[in-house]
Design a protein around this ligand. Sequence first.
Ligand code: ZN
Length: 682
Amino acid sequence: MKIDVKQTKNFLNGLLKINKIVEIRMIAKQSGYDVRKSGYFTNTDTAIQSLLNEKDYDNGGIYFVMNKIAKPDTVMAREQANKLIKTKDTTNDKMIEKYQWLFVDIDRENAVSGTSSSNEELTKLKEVTKKVYGYMRQKGFAKPIVAMSGNGYHLLYRIDMPNTEENKQLITRVLKVLSIFFSNQHTKIDTVNSNPARLCKLYGTWAKKGSETETRKFREAQILSYGDGFESINNYELLLSVVDELPKEETKRTNLTSKNKNEFNIKDFFARHNITIVSETSISGGTKYELAECPFNSDHNKDHPAVFDFDSGGQEFKCFHNSCSGNHWKEFRLFYEPNAYDTRQALPNSQKELKHDFKVEDILNYSEKIDEKVKALLRPSEIFNSQKGTNEFVPTGFKELDKLLGGGLQKTFLTILTGLSGGGKSTFCNQMVINILEKTNAKVVYYSGELTAEKLLWWLEQNIGGDYLKYDHGNNEKCYLEKKVSSAITNWLDKGLSIYNNDIGQGFDILTKTVVEGIEEKKADIIIIDNLTSVDKSMLGTSNDKYDSQSKLVNSLKEIAKRCNVHIVLLVHLRKTSNLPRVEDISGSGDIRNLADNVLILHQNTEEFKRRVEIEYGKDNHFIPSFSRGADMYLEIAKDRDFGNKDRLIPLYYSKTTRRILNDPTERKTYSWEEKLLDLPF
Ligand SMILES: [Zn+2]
């Protein structure tokens, strides 16, 4: 049999490293008769020799079992060890130990059976493959193995999950979501590829469907790119994050408030607003319409966002770019029909336009006089109706922290972030800012009393750059970014970040100016102040008592947070201590920690840290969660006004190569600025 030895060899070498054993199965015609042969191999050369020994092979295909086979000894004791023989005794689902691959098979829809793909058909399949590839990269998946199967395309994502019914369901659901998103009238994404003993075409062999014609040629199944290779495992959470994106009929609820709830017709809506539809595909439970344009960003047009119209009456909008992840049907409809919903449900940002009738400056200048317009006593119904009870949260992207704090940083609150010096407070802060900008539409104001704006931007770029960071040869500390990368990051940061211009000086008055401008002009949701010391140095002159003026400052900031509906993060140093740093070690006035709504302490997970924990809590303490011993750092929730969390350590991980702080060591972050630089390997 003719095979592309080099292709097959490279692939099998990689596969055997992770699977240890592979079943190769031939389902073909030999001299006009159907033959099925199977062989188990632990060695690439033996496998290839067995294939080369097969004579008179007409058409059909050569396949391999993708996932890891359990009990290799038992299998290798079978007759078909190291050779291909005719047998019905092949791998079944029960023999699989674990899933190694999420197998995305992009194939023709409604193809005439027994024909090979035409070039034209392949081009259409390739378009969809690129979309799936881009979408998965944005979700944080590693670069998959990309292959042309002969008649379609394969994306192979490495996973490592036990063969359980639950995992099978998860994989099925991921494939279903991809199918709903990306299948169209020409292209389908198979949703049946989730059985454990799944077969896949062996690369380097030929796909010979039916008879070869001028327009439908036989092709070799081949790897186009090995991407991040065989070892880059995509974790369970990533798969879940895809499942979470399953379009939900979220608008059923909101449509009820719409006046013409029974008359809403999606096609009329498209016509009314000249929305161009490029395709219409029926999906389970409804219809998918691919749009020519994303109304929110014209850069997204080529990937055709979609509107789902469910038979049950709801709709959903989905653009496949991260920066549009907050745009659902409601936002889509409001874009075209700003008054579609009850007027009380205004756009999220407009409630900040602005209701306070006081001067932010006055509060900051620690005026203690009581605002006479504010009532001292409220009826319960007044409290109920007041806007302040709405609990808006801005998620930080640190999953455990967001969970424990009820959704993230609560607007109207003040958080103190502290830790020993050199302990990574600023890096943590940078990562948080980056997470917020990626996942929300929140506006962030970043004040640094220590770094120039240029320096701070460069630090942020380093924390964002990830795989794009380049290192000088032989010097792992010094890194740089290519200009096009730097400029993509800068443009991306622009949408939500304002950095304080350190050239104009430092100190209290400057901080006042920054906060006022941040709230009034930049419509800040989050204000970060790094750090208290750099502000209060200059306050010494204005007050005899340093601690007194510190408490006044923090009090004012708290008041601002509350009245202007922002969240303020204040970085504060810790006193030098030889013990485990506790809340009491926050330097400055004791009032500060009482005033703060949340206090977070960042600890580096060093031997010294463990020693101090032992002194504080004893040898067999439960302070450090046992599952997290390999963490690089811990974020401690030392105070949490709303939920009462205390002494809670959240493990975090630091990647030295990408300079990112991660929720778990296998997390891969990708950001929407990378979209423009996306490196398609085919
Ligand atoms: Zn979009």
